[in-house]
Design a protein around this ligand. Structure first.
Ligand SMILES: NC(=O)c1ccc[n+]([C@@H]2O[C@H](COP(=O)([O-])OP(=O)(O)OC[C@H]3O[C@@H](n4cnc5c(N)ncnc54)[C@H](O)[C@@H]3O)[C@@H](O)[C@H]2O)c1
Length: 356
């Protein structure tokens, strides 16, 4: 399957590895900065058959890739995605899928019209720990869901933001919730039952006065199934990443996935005693080299299978929109001081320019 990558920055390494692990035919890479492409060529020993482009439209016209991944600044995802779909490409779009509900809807609509698959890159859904928890949810082992909590206690310093000026801006990124915490927010929403009635949020910029958006977000969520959610996410922790943790509490089950990025099962208790908690904790925990985890390779495998078998990807564009919607709802509640009802018809990170 002919594959191309747009955006050769920090996360792109995971995409090249995932493409190679899945034996995709990498026909092209694209970046506005030639040196960034050269870095990929050297690091991954890419052959000369991998052509380099600074203009993705030219790349799409010339190479006609079947699958493209978009790993540029978040604020550029939507336009690039719409252009790729126009050229008939299936897509893996880095998270967040877009920065407004309107753009996410446009991507979903156009992908349907052109009959292409779109996957939102929430790779943590493929963590062993999360797959096992999802299985328990599907088997209804929790009984009635009571509440769930997501805690993202990470650290990002001045150098991190200075390396890429788009980070922390409303136009290209959003703050801690939209960028760093959206994986855990996605997991909480998905595993608690997806449908949300209302959200109450507070956000602030406590430590990073050189970015536009928030570095701390707190939210309460009321789900349609009668359960509740709590989100607490920050990039303010001193001196380094502490944890990305997810708790799920049901009438008949308690689970905690922790570690630096929800990669370790720390609690596994169910009234049905269907399995041995010690065995599950051992078998379903893994320690990846960084917070990005091992998920990209599995996510790619799923998308390739989805294209070949004409089915939805496991993490489709709708899933990407739901994670985006929850973050935007928290932003809106924080800005207005009111609870926000879902679904959100229209909302964009640009609505919050000048907030702090
Ligand atoms: N899934 C994850 O765990 C994860 C982790 C980090 C970042 N991300 C997401 O990945 C995206 C990229 O983040 P990053 O940290 O790699 O950013 P980065 O700034 O390191 O890289 C972005 C790259 O895109 C290139 N680019 C910009 N416009 C382009 C265009 N029109 N055509 C081609 N290339 C273009 C830039 O030159 C740059 O090299 C963001 O959306 C971010 O939220 C996801």
């Amino acid at each position: 399957m002919k594959y191309a990558l747009i955006g050769c920055g920090r996360i792109s390494n995971n995409h090249v590895v995932a493409a190679q692990n899945n034996n995709l035919e990498i026909v092209a890479i694209c970046d506005l900065v030639k040196d960034n492409m050269e870095d990929k060529v050297l690091k991954f020993k890419l052959p000369e058959t991998v052509h380099q482009y600074t203009d993705y439209i030219e790349m799409l016209k010339t190479e006609k890739p079947e699958l493209v991944s978009i790993a540029t600044e978040s604020g550029k995802h939507a336009q690039i995605a719409l252009d790729c779909i126009e050229y008939g490409c299936n897509l893996i779009i880095e998270k967040p899928i877009a920065l407004s509900i309107q753009d996410a809807d446009a991507i979903i609509k156009k992908a349907e019209e052109k009959n292409v698959k779109v996957c939102a890159c929430h790779q943590n859904r493929f963590n062993k720990s999360i797959q096992k928890i999802h299985e328990a949810v599907e088997m209804r082992r929790f009984g009635k869901m009571l509440y769930g909590t997501a805690h993202i206690r990470w650290a990002r310093d001045y150098e991190y933001y200075a390396r890429a000026k788009w980070r922390g801006t409303w136009e290209q990124d959003g703050g801690a919730l939209m960028n760093q915490c959206i994986h855990d927010i996605d997991l909480l929403r998905w595993l608690m039952g997806d449908e949300i009635v209302e959200v109450v949020g507070m956000t602030d910029r406590l430590k990073h006065d050189y970015i536009e958006a928030e570095d701390l977000g707190i939210a309460l969520i009321r789900f349609k199934n009668g359960s509740y959610g709590i989100v607490e996410g920050t990039t303010d922790i001193y001196p380094k990443n502490l944890e990305e943790t997810l708790y799920l509490f049901g009438e008949k089950g308690t689970v905690k996935a922790g570690g630096e990025a929800v990669n370790i099962i720390e609690e596994w208790n169910f009234s049905d005693y269907l399995d041995d908690p010690q065995v599950i904790k051992k078998e379903c925990s893994e320690i990846p080299p960084n917070v990005y985890g091992f998920g990209h390779t599995k996510l790619y495998a799923d998308v390739i299978d989805a294209i070949r078998n004409d089915r939805k990807p496991f993490v489709d564009a709708e899933a990407g929109k739901r994670a985006l919607e929850l973050v935007l709802a928290i932003y809106k509640s924080a800005a207005t001081g009111q609870s926000v009802k879902l679904p959100l018809e229209e909302c964009s990170t640009m609505d919050f320019v000048g907030r702090f």
